[in-house]
Design a protein around this ligand. Structure first.
Ligand SMILES: C[S@@+](CC[C@H](N)C(=O)[O-])C[C@H]1O[C@@H](n2cnc3c(N)ncnc32)[C@H](O)[C@@H]1O
Length: 254
């Protein structure tokens, strides 16, 4: 199928229907993003989705290809244009900063998208993650290792993103115990959450990965929660306030 911007149907028209039910701004990540946006007054949010992490105190223009995601933007959200990162409908140096949060791995040509971010803004901030560090997280390691293969196939390395972006720094983002945004490792100390189909639907690795292997992993997790085996194996998690699951902010420009 071809959409009105001339490419295949946006994936999030299929997998993003319940996005705003489980994916929302985490205040700690929002504060970290704001810090890296620095003095930028105007921001292009690329792959903006339903509007998470858009700073309320700047002028924002959102760019998003999926009608389903655009339809979940609150009435109060920044104005949005339906387009892809690879072909931003914006002039050179349009904004002070370009922001891309958890979206680069969905782009058909991530290098073209990053080149577009460089063209339209002096400062660039990309929130991405290292798939290998995701693999250290118990859900992937113990219950669904095929998710790592899936992530390796779709996710560019942090170093590659940093090089293409012309980055000056990479800032680690940890996942707190009460993470508000339902990214894959968000529920590292709340394992029952993964039994909820809405939680799984709102994570693209679980929505797009090998369904048979993921369902089998979830069945094993349910059994381990029921028997107490999971709790016995992960008592040390009670002592942690946060984990490092490989999330980073890659930052470039003045
Ligand atoms: C995981 S969501 C993140 C949305 C938002 N940035 C957030 O943090 O909630 C990924 C988003 O990337 C968008 N996307 C997919 N392919 C894209 C492309 N080629 N250019 C721009 N955005 C794209 C999807 O439609 C989806 O809204």
């Amino acid at each position: 199928m071809t959409d009105r911007i001339g490419a295949a149907e946006p994936v999030y028209d299929r997998i993003g229907r319940q996005y705003s039910a489980g994916r929302r701004t985490d205040p700690r990540w929002a504060a970290a993003i704001l810090e890296q946006l620095g003095p930028a007054r105007t921001v292009v949010n690329v792959g903006a989705g339903a509007g998470s992490y858009e700073p309320a105190d700047r002028r924002v223009i959102a760019v998003e290809p999926s009608s389903v995601m655009l339809g979940q933007r609150p009435a109060s959200a920044a104005p949005a244009v339906q387009a892809r990162a690879e072909q931003l409908p914006l002039g050179d140096d349009t904004a002070d900063a370009a922001l891309a949060v958890l979206t680069v791995h969905h782009w058909t040509d991530w290098r073209a998208g990053i080149a577009e971010m460089r063209r339209v803004a002096r400062r660039r901030v990309v929130l991405t993650y290292d798939p290998e560090l995701h693999a250290g997280f118990w859900l992937v390691r113990d219950y669904m290792p095929s998710v790592l293969d899936f992530e390796r196939r779709r996710m560019p390395g942090v170093d590659d993103v940093a090089t293409e972006l012309g980055a000056s720094r990479v800032v680690a983002l940890t996942v707190p115990r009460d993470m508000q945004d339902g990214v894959l490792p968000a529920f590292w100390c709340r394992p029952e959450a993964y039994l909820d189909p809405v939680v799984r639907a709102n994570n693209s690795a679980l929505a797009q990965g090998d369904h048979q292997a993921i369902d089998e992993g979830i069945r094993r997790l349910a059994a381990d929660l029921e028997s107490g085996a999971w709790a016995a194996r992960h008592a040390e998690l009670d002592l942690l306030d946060e984990i490092d699951a490989g999330f980073v902010l890659v930052v470039a420009g003045a």
